[in-house]
Design a protein around this ligand. Sequence first.
Ligand SMILES: NC(=O)c1ccc[n+]([C@@H]2O[C@H](COP(=O)([O-])OP(=O)(O)OC[C@H]3O[C@@H](n4cnc5c(N)ncnc54)[C@H](OP(=O)(O)O)[C@@H]3O)[C@@H](O)[C@H]2O)c1
Length: 331
Amino acid sequence: MTINTKKWLLKKRPEGLVKNTDFQLVDEALPELKEGEILIQNEYLSVDPTQRMWLNDAPGYLPPIQIDEVIRSGGMGRVIESKNENFQVGVLVNGFVNWQTHFVTDGKGFSVIPEMLPIPTMLNVLGLTGITAYFGLLDIGNPKEGDTVLVSGASGATGSVVAQIAKIKGCNVIGIAGGEEKCSWLADCGIDHVIDYKNSNPRSELQKIATSGIDIYFDNIGGPLLETVLNMINLNARIVICGAISNYISEDMPVGPRNLTNLIIQRARMEGFLVLDYLNRQDEAIQDLSKWLMEGKIKHQEDIQEGIENCPETLNRLFTGKNIGKQILKI
Ligand SMILES: NC(=O)c1ccc[n+]([C@@H]2O[C@H](COP(=O)([O-])OP(=O)(O)OC[C@H]3O[C@@H](n4cnc5c(N)ncnc54)[C@H](OP(=O)(O)O)[C@@H]3O)[C@@H](O)[C@H]2O)c1
């Protein structure tokens, strides 16, 4: 049986938000399976800010996607044909499934996932998003009961899990997010203070709320807020650099904080991390996150768009702030 795939190839390096014309959606027949291969039908794509960086011709933690290559994307798909004894027909697999409907692989780099929960939840709290939040906060941030934890991008996929783990650990949590709907969801999640940066001045709001200073800043967005926070850190504060989405589509080099000497004065630490370095410990995270999910201690939302033709537009939602919760695309 011949199966056709639809897949998005990179045709031009985007500037700013992506346009459909930066890509080409091609429709082509897949080859017959060889011994050791499997055919996967994609079900859900994880849509992540880092994908926009992979489209640039710049060095990163993974190589840039080349012109005429399929767009790299995490996600989950189902094995629909198999000539590989490690993958039975019908199992769900996780890995770089990319912007395509179907593909043939030898299975390397893919793991079979037990279907305990709906796939969007597994891609969110129990996927790389939740694992990022878990190790970023617990390993790098090292929260202590009573700490004041500030989270930027707090209503997003990563930020909302970080903020709720910080609550579980007994911290006083301040979340910053854009717009009333996102802020009221964070309040429903039990976050102590929420700042709507689109309708107020985050600097003056922070000064009113964080009167005893900030112990942990979990930064998802980058940009000028860091300078404000550096002026408010406590002794031995930890600044966790998780992401800098406000810089990913800008052509200009961001202005750096002018007050890094506060790290010296407060004997504070600022550290970046990559979730990929924690994959050998992911079971640890999944065990705790599953327990907290079952206990109702972590609330979550998935924003599910639909259709392979909507990949570029769905990626843009992260940069226009349209997504509420984890951005996912159902194929
Ligand atoms: N270090 C790692 O291993 C790792 C792993 C995963 C993700 N990350 C990083 O974590 C961050 C969050 O990723 P995510 O997947 O959870 O996405 P997300 O937070 O669910 O979605 C992105 C959100 O960022 C906010 N945003 C977009 N442009 C902004 C701007 N110019 N200024 C302020 N906020 C802006 C928007 O929320 P508002 O509407 O509130 O503005 C948007 O909804 C990203 O920086 C990502 O690169 C890092």
